[in-house]
Design a protein around this ligand. Sequence first.
Ligand code: FAD
Ligand code: NAI
Length: 497
Amino acid sequence: MSDEVYDLTIIGAGPGGYHAAIRAAQFGAKVALIEKYKLGGTCLNWGCIPTKALYASSALIQKLKHQGEDFGVICEPKLDFAKAVERKNKIVEELVEGIEKLEKAWKNDVYFGKGKIVGGNKDEGFKITIEGENNATITSKRVIIATGSSPALIPAFNIDHERILTSDDILHPDFKTVPENLLIIGAGVIGCEFANIFRTFGSKVTMLEYLPNPIATEEPMIIRELKKKLDELEITLHVSQNVLSVENTGNGVKATTCSADVPRDQVESAEKSEFEADLCLVSIGRAKESSDLGLEELGIETDRGAIKVNIDTLETACKGIYAIGDVTGGVMLAHVASYEGEIAVANALHSIGGFPVHPETTDYSVVPATIFTNPNIGSVGIRRSEAKDKGIDVAMGRFPFESLGKAKCMGEDEGFIMILVDKSTGKIVGASCIGAEAPELISEIAVAMKHDLKAKDLSEVIHSHPTISEMVLESALDVYGLAVHRKGRPDIDLYQK
Ligand code: FAD
Ligand code: NAI
């Protein structure tokens, strides 16, 4: 496959890259997709999918353990961790194979190896070398970099992949240990998801977080509810902790912290605390995979590893080369990477000419996000604090799961949904939810937001009964004080112009 000339080459086959490759082929482009490890990237191999497979095992245990008797189903659930891991591995393998088949079906050439752009320009094409399983040099009229991210490593945390681990280690197909005591550094999204999973699997879990709250970007009301749940599960959370170092002590791990309030130059003399456990998960963010791609020579700049792009078109400073997904350092979510792939493909193919595409610009106003703790958390659009900063006066509709018939039947009566509406226009500007099916509920609101709908428009949609989706209906009605199963006060008038 050497010396081939392609319309578009994509480096990295995560949800950004593999989607982009399929989309470009659907528009008739000749496509090369380069991957140094496995198709599916972080999402399929080390991220979204394997965590959610383990989450499903943990959710089943929680359901049976805490509610089985109430439901009239009497059994004592017992974890077979090796089996849960085997199930997770099988799901990953099947999905990766599925992507391989799809790329083949679209006649995309997949090269396994490390891709590097070694020169060229948009008029003559770019030269790309591939080193690894497939060694080749190819030419491509346009390039999309979709090389993603990997766990952030801090030297003082001494990650040894034995006792001091990253999420990659815990999700490794051969990882088969449920530690008695698990220490988690960072109570962000990864930390909270794994805390919930391993606590249910039987570990004593302690989380150390630098900020005053876990998952600090969510609505304060959602964070309060999550903290309540962490307490109930007896997950210990220490906030405002600056973790200074982690060591493998031979038969365990030890983390040393000081208060996050201590100024950087006084850390050495500050009072320290120590936390011990059998294993430690370090989940303090992700590093962008932008090294050794030939960027500097092409005049492409990075900022702390993140490839700089034109935020509208996703083109880099080197015309004809685009970057998408985690490597650009934006919102690090699989669906954002895929969305950006769509935009970059349209712009790249349009710039070549002869393909049925129009130039596209990005729009990040409606990005749903979900956190798979138990209960799940979902959010979209802006939070109340952001509305205040932007000078938007918002009305709020709120509805608790405990007031919904279907939620009661499912034994899912914890949590609530809140919907934010711009008082001046009646349009929905954001929503947050913690509770059963939160991610799906947020999707409905995302559709409404994308199409500039008002809460009133949502309230006029007949929702099937009994369903969890009635949470959306009731919260939309609550904006006008008209929720049927909750006595609220109108925040705005239903017939507002
Ligand atoms: P990646 O998925 O990282 O893919 C990049 C690919 O490029 C990799 O396969 C890599 O091997 C390859 N590559 C790198 N350099 C080269 C090179 N030089 N040559 C060839 N190939 C190269 N997001 C969600 O939306 N929902 C979730 O539930 C969720 N859960 C997550 C759980 C965990 C534990 C983690 C770590 C992440 C999770 N994420 C989740 C985030 C999500 O996985 C990422 O945002 C997403 O995978 C980013 O996609 P990407 O295509 O930009 O990069
Ligand atoms: P994160 O940014 O969500 O959380 C990292 C946490 O570590 C932060 O709260 C930070 O304050 C804390 N921290 C950093 N340094 C610290 C120190 N020295 N001491 C104590 N605490 C410290 O990053 P995380 O959890 O690693 O996730 C990475 C990305 O993966 C996220 O951007 C997220 O978008 C994505 N992801 C998405 C999921 C989903 O959509 N369900 C699931 C898992 C990950």
